[in-house]
Design a protein around this ligand. Structure first.
Ligand code: IDP
Ligand code: MG
Length: 151
């Protein structure tokens, strides 16, 4: 199993796109391990986006991600799940994201790109630990549909 931390960013929440975006992940067959509505504070934003500190867009990014509530979730699947989710999310700049991707269908600008998804299994673990206590995650639940999703 492999998992990714996903954030439905403030624009997704403010625009009422939590349901449509969650639906895509759910319909694809990805399995939820955790889900909550939170407001990210500056310290958490800086920790999550530490790799971007010093870049020109960093201040704007911290301000954007802390500006309103977000939905954070952990989704799991077989090996390759993180890459599969990134493909569903699309290019960082929605203007260049392919139609059919989340950013390509719902967004127009890089500074309002609706969703974060971990970029590797290692990031998935690091970011999951930043946003969720172990007790908040259900890692072992049995989903009735599993045999109809995975052969
Ligand atoms: P990703 O979200 O596709 O992994 P990253 O390069 O990791 O993209 O950038 C993290 C986030 O920082 C992006 O999702 C976007 O919100 C923001 N960002 C990245 N580059 C720019 C930019 O050039 N202008 C404004 N915001 C940016
Ligand atoms: Mg990234």
């Amino acid at each position: 199993m492999e998992r990714a931390l996903i954030i439905l960013k403030p624009d997704a929440v403010q625009r009422g796109l939590v349901g449509p975006i969650l639906s895509r992940l759910e319909q694809r067959g990805l399995k939820l391990q955790g889900l909550k509505l939170i407001q990210i504070d500056e310290a958490l934003a800086r920790r999550h986006y530490a790799e971007h500190e010093g870049k020109g867009f960093f201040a704007g990014l911290v301000s954007y991600i802390t500006s309103a509530p977000v939905v954070v979730l952990v989704v799991a699947g077989k090996a390759g799940t993180v890459e599969l989710i990134r493909a569903m999310v699309g290019a960082t700049n929605p203007a260049k994201a392919a139609p059919g991707t989340i950013r390509g269908d719902f967004g127009l600008e890089i500074g309002r790109n609706l969703i974060h998804a971990s970029d590797s299994p290692e990031s998935g673990e690091r970011e999951t630990a930043i946003f969720f206590q172990p007790a908040e995650l259900l890692t072992e639940w049995v989903r009735a549909a599993d045999p109809w999703i995975y052969e």
